[in-house]
Design a binder for this molecule. Structure first.
Ligand code: HEM
Length: 318
């Protein structure tokens, strides 16, 4: 467990190793520094929410927010770009980060995106790929040529870029499915550990726009749409856990598990209202409570220090 009790989940390791700074520098190079903004997923909108667990996770985990008591949460939806001004349509992958407030005053986070797999297997290859993208863009490659080039150089990125190519523009942040990608372990009262992945699915289903419709939307249509929607309704996401089996990799975020794995719905998240971003919000996916353990996935561990470093930089700029 990492820092789950610290205020706002601020990692003690902020400041980071050489590789952490290199990774954050490499992301910054993509569109320059935008003072005060997150170094990735810069553009976003926050909501207040309530998570109501249904008790079906109780045999598998002692995690406080997955028992039977409802907990408050903050949700931040985002576009993946490093540029906070980029139009929604131009950053294809979207994020949904959820921070649960646990009964003992600590927090835990689940961070998802609209792609089922990540493009890098290790922090080192993350840095190589981001630098490669930067160089290739400078050489004026179009988006499809860029994907082709990256897939040719970095075979581990293939599944992720295939999924990216298939992504359609979402109709709404509230009508998209979000994958938390990494493996975590649920830990039961006897200490038994089971590998799982988490997924958020909107109860009203997933809906995309045609390219023609999307091209007519205003630049910030997803934020506008969510704000309007929340005036009339309270969108609901189901949280699912998917159980890994014997040979399913638990340390590789570039690799999806087979579709037929056992899956249970363990609770519903109700979005209630749009709010300003709470001060000090940091969605570190490595902050987990008792009852959940991190897998050995090196990307999951690296995100702890990279998010801390981005947090430190954006806070200093305020
Ligand atoms: C080496 C791998 C990765 C690095 C270096 C990285 C880097 C970052 C950074 C620097 C931020 C901004 C953090 C902040 O200032 O609070 C961020 C945000 C985010 N990342 Fe990653 N990331 C990585 C992998 C992933 C993966 C695998 C996912 C998919 C689940 C993901 C989804 C997100 C989302 C949704 C946000 C926005 C969080 C929020 O709303 O606060 N990232 N990432």
């Amino acid at each position: 467990m990492k820092d789950s009790g610290s205020p706002g989940g601020i990692p003690a390791a902020a400041g980071g190793s050489g590789l952490t700074s290199q990774a954050v520098d490499a992301i910054e190079d993509l569109s320059g520094v935008h003072p005060g903004y997150r170094r990735a997923h810069a553009k976003g909108i926050c909501c207040r929410a309530v998570f109501r667990p249904n008790g079906l996770a109780v045999p598998f985990t002692t995690a406080a927010h997955l028992q039977e008591q409802e907990v408050e949460a903050v949700v931040r939806f985002s576009g993946s770009s490093t540029d906070p001004a980029l139009a929604d349509l131009l950053s294809p992958a979207k994020g949904m980060a959820v921070q649960f407030s646990l009964p003992d005053g600590s927090i835990t986070n689940l961070v998802g995106v609209t792609l089922p797999v990540f493009f890098a297997r290790t922090p080192e290859s993350f840095v190589d790929i981001v630098r490669f993208v930067h160089r290739a863009r400078a050489g004026n490659l179009g988006p499809l040529e860029l994907i082709k080039e990256i897939s040719a150089h970095f075979t581990e990125s293939k599944s992720s870029f295939l999924a990216l190519k298939k992504l359609q523009p979402p109709a709404s942040y509230a009508e998209s499915r979000y994958y938390c990608i990494h493996t975590y372990f649920l830990v039961d009262a006897e200490g038994n550990k089971r590998p799982v992945k988490f997924e958020w699915t909107p109860v009203t289903g997933v809906r995309a726009l045609s390219l023609e419709d999307a091209s007519q939307q205003p630049d910030h249509y997803l934020e506008d749409e969510l704000a309007l929607r929340l005036q009339d309704e309270s969108p609901v996401f189901q949280l699912a856990v998917i159980f890994g089996e014997e040979d399913d990799p638990t340390d590789d975020p570039t690799h999806a598990w087979p579709d037929e794995r056992r899956r249970i719905e363990i609770g519903n998240l109700h979005l209630t209202e749009i709010i300003d971003e709470p001060d000090g919000l940091l969605m570190d996916p490595a902050v987990v409570p008792a009852g959940i353990a991190l897998s050995e996935d090196p990307i999951l561990h690296f995100r702890h220090s990279a998010y801390g470093e981005s947090f430190r930089r954006r806070r200093e700029e305020h």
